[in-house]
Design a protein around this ligand. Structure first.
Ligand code: NAD
Length: 498
């Protein structure tokens, strides 16, 4: 029997007035597991009005009280890791250990947000001019909407909500329709932690709801994570409606492997970063740039690892990799592999025909390695978002850097080498926001901020960390004079100077 998934409005589950629904699938079985209610315009207006009211009082709540709630929320998320991971795996398909990994990274952001009293400390300049002190503090922006992708059902909402809420805003989450259940559990945990009703709400919906959030006069900020065309659209529409926006987009992450690298280590990391989560990570390595003599041996070693990946239902304890998210995604991945093969690339490992016994209706693609890929091929140009590693061969480190900088995306990149000089040249030369040195998935820890360059980020603020605090607040600077006794030397009509 399928269940119906509601919204979470004013501290409780709510059916809303919208009558449309969307099916939610288990990608490992292909079965419909739930029907998701989609909000209509009335639901949106009601939710935003509740958020606006909640923001007014929440922004006034003391830092001590906010912090106490954040600590409690952190404990609740930590004690529900198994339950949250099961919800993630059942709707996304990633293996349970990977789902727990994303929860770990989400918890880090909550922990960072627990330090909000320190993060919101302003500056103070005593006696900036004679008898005049200058000081600053930051205030919440009001109502923030978070629009999130399918591939991290908990981590990406937790990149946003703890930071927005700690800084005194009300937050409306519009999760991906493919993975709605974990967001609902997060909402219940916020409530249990003591967060006042209306400060965190979940509204499910499609483009109509997103469009309503982007244009609503009472929404003050938009945090978006998803694909590049949608990120660009979000930035354009929401800024035209006076909102501040951070919109993180897609990626095509390259890893350069130099001949002096430990090739076993590089191959282990490349395989994990290309096939983990079935390649559906914005920081997945999807292009291996093999330099000079490294190529033949590297490809051989990656091939061995790709053939060893255990592709199974993510609930199986020994599964390394689960399915992809949808039949449409599977079709696109298979089509792109076929195009590369027809265009003359060399198939090293071919995952197109993978069948997982007992799960014939699931959305499967096996690990795939394609060598001798050229930059004009779709497999190089498009974000495939599947378990596909393409290998581009170049002669020198400089050629590799040129390749990376010519690519429109700039989310993450990595280099494998034993040369400090090569690594340093790489880190200083690439036009990419997050760089790994012998680290394949350089997702910054929570006290740094996460964000790419070029077509991987629209807007100028990275997400979470110090830039998250800045995004969700705006500053005030106060210049103050407290004369000891009534005293005036008369009006001066010059511009004031110190
Ligand atoms: P997506 O762009 O299809 O959807 C993201 C969100 O936008 C969802 O909530 C969806 O409902 C909404 N949406 C989709 N199309 C829309 C439209 N036309 N108008 C308004 N709203 C729309 O992304 P996805 O397929 O869910 O997620 C995968 C993508 O997200 C990949 O491109 C991946 O690289 C990217 N991603 C990027 C990062 C990052 O940090 N840069 C992190 C995770 C995922």
């Amino acid at each position: 029997m399928t269940i119906t998934i509601n919204h979470f409005i004013r501290g409780a589950e709510a059916a809303g007035n919208g009558t449309d629904t969307k099916a939610v699938y288990n990608p490992a079985t292909g079965a419909v597991t739930a029907q998701l209610r989609l909000a209509n315009r009335d639901d949106l207006d009601a939710t935003v009005a509740i958020a606006k009211k909640a923001a007014e009082s929440w922004g006034d709540v003391s830092l001590a009280k906010r912090t106490a709630i954040l600590f409690k929320f952190r404990e609740l998320v930590a004690s529900h890791v198994d339950e949250l991971a099961e919800l993630i795996t059942s709707e996304h398909g990633k293996v349970l250990s990977d789902a727990k990994g994303e929860l770990g990274r989400g918890l880090e952001v909550i922990e960072f947000a627990c330090g909000i009293p320190t993060l919101l400390k302003g500056d103070y300049s005593d006696q900036a001019s004679t008898g005049i002190d200058v000081f600053s503090f930051r205030e919440p922006i009001g109502v923030v909407a978070g629009i999130t992708p399918f591939n991290f059902p908990v981590m990406v909402p937790l990149w946003m909500a703890p930071m927005a809420i700690a800084t005194g805003n009300a937050f409306i989450l519009k999760p991906s329709h493919r993975v709605p259940s974990a967001a609902m559990l997060l909402a219940k945990l916020w409530k249990e932690a003591g967060l006042p009703d209306g400060v965190f709400q979940v509204l499910h919906g499609d483009r109509e709801v997103v469009s309503g959030l982007l244009t609503h006069p009472d929404v003050d900020g938009i945090s978006f994570v998803g694909s590049t065309p949608v990120a660009k659209h979000i930035l354009e529409v929401a800024t035209a409606h006076g909102k501040r926006v951070q919109a993180l987009g897609g990626a095509k992450n390259h890893a350069i492997v130099l001949p002096d690298a430990d090739l076993d280590n590089a191959a282990d990391h490349l395989a994990a970063a290309a096939f983990g989560s079935a390649g559906q990570r914005c920081m997945a390595i999807s292009v291996a740039v093999a330099v000079g003599d490294a190529a033949d041996l590297l490809v051989k070693k990656v091939e061995e690892r790709a053939l060893d990946v255990r592709v199974k239902n993510g609930t199986e304890p020994d599964a390394d990799m689960g399915p992809v998210i949808s039949p449409e995604s599977r079709e696109f991945i298979v089509k792109t592999i076929t195009e590369a093969e027809r265009a003359g690339a060399a198939m090293v490992v071919d995952g197109r025909d993978l069948v997982v016994p007992g799960h014939e209706e699931g959305f499967w693609v096996g690990p795939t390695v394609i060598d001798h890929v050229k930059t004009e091929m779709t497999a190089y140009q498009e974000e495939i978002f599947g378990p596909v590693l393409v290998v581009v061969r170049v002669d020198t480190l400089e050629d590799g850097i040129k390749l990376i900088n010519a690519n429109p995306y700039g989310n993450g990149t990595a280099i494998f080498t034993s040369s400090g000089a090569a690594a340093r040249k790489f880190q200083r030369s690439v036009d990419v926001g997050m760089i790994g040195i012998n680290v394949p998935l350089p997702v910054p820890v929570a006290y740094y901020s996460f964000g790419g360059w070029k077509a991987s980020l629209f807007g100028d603020k990275h997400i979470y960390g110090p830039e998250g605090v800045s995004f969700y607040t705006r500053g005030k600077v106060i210049t103050s004079r407290w004369p000891e006794a009534h005293h005036t030397s008369g009006a001066s009509y010059n511009f004031p100077s110190t």
